[in-house]
Design a protein around this ligand. Structure first.
Ligand code: UD1
Length: 418
């Protein structure tokens, strides 16, 4: 298993380009199952989860081809395998996004119950209840979900909580249902808006994506489309936090500042300077950092996917930062690893109190999930001495060429194979 060896402390400085958003790419890839015509997706990040989704789609009979930096996907005919097997699904929860499109277009799907990051229980009950509301017969057996419907029928469904994957799955199911579907209490993440944009290009009729109520008028069939994925706000946000916490000066190019509002506000609060110009975001850490509280929440709140990285910053800020995690119940796995590097953090329930500033020192640490790994990388950049981070396969799931990007900003990062 590969490791990162990082020498700190480093000041991150320079320009870095945001990759395409992993979390927008995954539903966009699943959407190709909704048509027999080619879908061409640009700016897909070269990360492990995208490769896993590609393998899954190929297993489901989709023909995939790299064409000049984009990926062409063609799900011809209906007569392919409808099963998303455990071996492919176990490493990536987003495989469940194949469920809605498969049952909508092929009338049948059998999808292994998902794996992915160990950051909580993460059930898919809302996906299933929503599909049932559109008329699918759902059975759970032997670790698989089986869904059947001759043709889904539009209906009204209210999510118990805003779920990103649930909203995406139901939107993709409803675009081929007979009649109109109204989804209430939807998640509002930019990745959902991007999926809706792609589906509309494919001929779908969707209103309200990005708001709590989404209305979808079903079509008999959809066609092909070309689409460029939005920038990855979580990847970009990670580098900007790195700039603030290393006293650095980083310009993130090809970004969408509007999607990063809560993080940029918080960076301002802790004392970093944030400037915006033409899709670029510049963050400078030229003052001592001050503590600021953060509470994660569904969009447009502070993203849970940046909580761990923000905690690395909070260890260097003067005062006590309260960090409350409200989206996932088990997302403080980075706390003991940060403590090994010198951080002082108390956890009570879903609140972490970070007492700063504490000098960080390089130590051997273990990555436990995707964003926790990014937190350890940031801590290692700011720490004095060498940090070795084990199990960086977690990082490879979601960060494109991370060590190259960090090196281009002046960091000393080495990937050690084995
Ligand atoms: C997506 C993101 C992930 C991010 C998360 C929250 C992708 C591929 N992943 O994950 O990076 O951390 O949004 O922003 O886009 N829930 C249920 N029942 C369900 C569905 C969800 O109880 O059927 C709960 C979850 O356990 C969690 C909360 O709802 O507590 C939000 O989860 P959800 O928005 O569904 O996360 P994902 O779509 O899995």
């Amino acid at each position: 298993m590969d490791r990162f060896r990082i020498q700190g402390p480093t000041r991150l400085a320079g320009r870095v380009r945001a990759s395409g958003a992993k979390n927008a790419s995954l539903p966009a890839l699943a959407a190709c199952l909704l048509t027999s015509e080619p879908v061409i997706l640009g700016r897909l990040p070269a990360v492990r989860d995208i490769l896993t989704m590609r393998r899954l789609l190929e297993h489901l009979g989709v023909i995939t081809e790299d064409v000049g930096g984009a990926l062409r996907l063609e799900a011809r005919g209906k007569a392919h395998d409808d099963e998303a097997p455990y071996e492919l699904v176990k490493t990536m929860r987003a495989s469940v996004l194949s469920l809605g499109p498969l049952v909508a277009r092929r009338g049948h799907a059998r999808v292994s119950l998902p794996g992915g990051c160990a950051i909580g229980v993460r059930p898919i009950d809302q996906h299933l209840a929503g599909l049932a509301a559109l008329g699918a017969d759902i059975h759970l057996e032997g670790g698989y979900v089986e869904a059947r419907a001759d043709r889904l029928a539009g209906g009204r469904f209210r999510f118990d909580m805003p779920t990103v994957g649930g909203t995406e799955n139901l939107m993709m199911a409803a675009v081929l249902a007979r009649g109109t579907t109204v989804l209430d209490n939807c998640a509002r993440e930019p990745e959902i808006v991007d999926l809706a944009r792609l589906l509309v290009k494919m001929g779908a009729d969707i209103e309200g994506a990005g708001s709590p109520t989404v209305t979808i008028r079903g079509a008999d069939e959809l066609g092909g489309a070309e689409h460029e994925i939005i920038p990855d706000r979580i990847e970009g946000g990670t580098y900007l936090i790195g700039a603030a916490m290393t006293g650095g000066d980083v310009t993130l190019e090809g970004a969408c500042p509007g999607d990063l509002g809560p993080l940029l506000d918080t960076l301002g609060e802790v004392g970093a300077t944030v400037d915006l110009a033409d899709g670029a975001i510049r963050v400078r850490g030229d003052e001592p950092l001050r503590a600021a509280d953060v509470e994660t929440a569904p969009h447009p709140g502070f993203p849970t996917d940046l909580q761990a990285q923000y905690m690395a910053l909070a260890t260097l800020a003067e005062g006590t930062s309260h960090i409350q995690e409200t989206v996932f119940e088990n997302r403080f796995q980075h706390v003991p690893e940060l403590a090994r590097m010198g951080a002082v953090i108390d956890v009570t329930g879903n609140v972490a109190r970070v007492y700063g500033p504490t000098p960080l020192s390089g130590s051997p640490v273990m990555a436990t999930d995707l964003r926790a790994s990014a937190c350890l990388v940031l801590a290692a950049l700011a720490a004095s001495g060498e940090t070795e981070i084990q199990r960086i396969y977690h990082l490879d799931r979601g960060y494109e060429r991370m060590e190259e990007k960090l090196r281009s900003l002046g960091a000393q990062v080495e990937r050690v194979a084995g």
